[in-house]
Design a protein. Structure first.
Lengths: 143, 122
């Protein structure tokens, strides 16, 4: 028998005000998927970082745009897809720099992506600027 | 959510304590930024940030700590951070904040740290 997939989708206007709503959505799905409290917190943060990147960089704070978050889980994994139609900012290409250097240059770039990579088991990015950009993050479910 | 983030300001032996409550993300970080800027403008350069009621932080919130620290230290001030919950502390740890910031248990410990080491040497 094929594994049952549970799919949930949230589609919200691109504003940082909605980050709390996105975190709430992701937390509820993660709880249903069986993640423990720590893992739920990690997932919440990774998705917040991904969506904040979209809102601020891909869409340049244009509130008329939409950010879509899709959560899919089966027995083995919880996958989160963050989808936008913005200018295709590729967060995986942001170079990791030492915190000390960032502070010295008064920059904070790349911290969000560093968190995402640390907190998630897999991170993929499909980019078609202006059409469809999709950041896919995978969290493996412990048996 | 009526009040997602708030900052309570007080003084402790000549030091400024900013007690954060709620969540600090890309939406609420500008408010925190404004609060620190206003302390600097008022000549208050020794800041204690009490995070004991902070339930959530993302990199946008951490960016605020990073944005002011050089200026503060150049002028003889510093930010001492205290009261981190395990969830919030994990984020500071992943990004290596412990090497660059004084992070202590509570406000009295932060006051003590200012007495011992007004500016963290990194």
């Amino acid at each position: 028998m094929a594994a049952i997939e549970n799919t949930f989708t949230l589609d919200v206007p691109s504003t940082t005000q909605n980050l709390a709503l996105i975190r709430e959505f992701v937390s509820r799905v993660a709880e249903q998927a069986g993640l423990n409290e720590t893992e739920v917190g990690e997932l919440e943060l990774a998705v917040d970082e991904a969506c904040a990147n979209v809102i601020e960089h891909a869409y340049g704070d244009d509130k008329t745009k939409q950010v879509m978050v899709r959560a899919i889980f089966d027995e083995d994994t919880l996958r989160i897809h963050v989808i936008d139609t913005g200018k295709g900012f590729d967060p995986t290409q942001v170079q990791e720099q030492e915190l000390k250097d960032l502070i010295a240059r008064r920059k904070t770039g790349g911290l969000g992506m560093r968190l995402i990579k640390t907190l998630m088991d897999e991170v993929h990015y499909d980019i078609e600027p202006g059409k469809r950009n999709e950041l896919r993050m995978v969290k493996k479910l412990r048996k | 959510m009526a009040n997602p983030f708030s900052i309570a300001r007080s003084s402790e032996g000549g030091l400024t304590v900013l007690a954060l409550e709620g969540f600090l993300d890309a939406h609420t970080a500008p408010e925190f930024e404004k609060a620190i800027q206003s302390e600097i403008d008022g000549g208050h350069l020794q800041l204690i940030v009490d995070c004991s009621k902070l339930t959530y932080i993302s990199s946008a919130g951490l960016g605020v700590f990073m944005g002011f620290i050089e200026e503060l230290r150049e002028r003889g001030g510093d930010i001492k951070i205290c009261g981190l919950s395990p969830k919030v502390e994990q984020v500071f740890e992943i990004l290596g904040f412990h090497a660059l910031y004084d992070i202590v248990g509570d406000v009295p410990a932060a006051v003590q740290r200012f007495a011992e080491s007004p500016v963290k040497q990194v």
